[in-house]
Write a protein that binds this ligand. Structure first.
Ligand code: PGA
Length: 249
């Protein structure tokens, strides 16, 4: 049985003091032993959030990292820095980074490998545009992303990672994929992992759905057999996140 994992993606929201206040506000609302709960926060919020969450069930994730060990990469943050600060997860390849910051699959593959090497768990994002969906190439596109981003990654490491399926047209739009659409692609990703690796790896890897997840649709989405939780943007910044985390209560 895979344990559900529900992660907030704060994006570029919350100053350090706002971040600490949000942790306090959500503290009692996000208790659910059936679920791994993660807050993926802006880099500058990591240290205060790690402190604010001490003694709670919530783990901390980063929203990005660079693949080089260290050195002259002004403005970047390494996997070792994240690890040392108390981070356990890192979002890699969010569609906003692919789009606005031109991150391609070759770069993301290096980031995935470095994160794993440093002992971080990648939350690897994939997803299609509305145009790709309408053209009927959703699954081809996502299979290509998964194969490229995981090239050279060992089965034992893939078994431990998290993949987030986020249709780009559903992110921040209030337009959630239907449960059937979300399950179809999450199942397709699992089949792709079985094809590249094996059934045990496919059965172990956790696959989230992301894109306008809210307190009203979480329970139905997370009840699907291939959907192991969610990556939540907008709704992770308010008390509603507690309802999403406690979807089964
Ligand atoms: P959303 O964002 O929940 O605001 O749609 C999800 C995401 O981008 O991870």
């Amino acid at each position: 049985m895979r344990k559900k994992i529900i992660a907030g993606n704060w994006k570029m929201n919350m100053t350090p003091s706002q971040a600490v206040a949000l942790c306090a506000e959500l503290k009692d609302l996000v208790k659910n032993d059936d679920v791994d709960v993660v807050y993926c926060v802006p880099a500058i919020d990591i240290v205060p959030v790690v402190n604010a969450l001490k003694g709670t069930n919530v783990k901390v994730g980063a929203e990005n990292m660079y693949f080089e060990e260290k050195g002259a990469y002004t403005g970047e943050i390494s996997a070792a820095m994240l690890k040392d600060a108390g981070v356990e997860y890192v979002i890699i390849g969010h569609s906003e980074r692919r789009d606005y910051f031109k991150e391609d699959d070759a770069l993301l593959n290096k980031k995935v490998k470095k994160a794993i090497e440093a002992g971080l768990t990648p939350i690897l994002c994939c997803g299609e545009t509305l145009e790709q969906r309408e053209m009927g190439i959703t699954m081809d596109w996502i299979r290509m992303q998964i194969k490229s981003d995981l090239a050279g990654v060992a089965a034992a490491d893939v078994a431990k990672l998290v993949i987030a399926y986020e249709p780009i047209w559903a992110i921040g739009t209030g337009k959630t994929a239907t449960t059937a659409q979300a399950e179809e692609v999450c199942g397709g990703i699992r089949a792709c992992i079985e094809e590249i690796y094996d059934k045990a790896t496919a059965d172990a890897v956790r696959i989230q759905y992301g894109g306008s997840v809210n307190a009203g649709n979480a329970a139905e989405l997370f009840a699907e057999k291939d959907i192991d939780g969610g990556l939540v943007g907008g709704a992770s910044l308010k008390a509603d996140f507690g309802k999403i985390v406690c979807y089964n209560k």
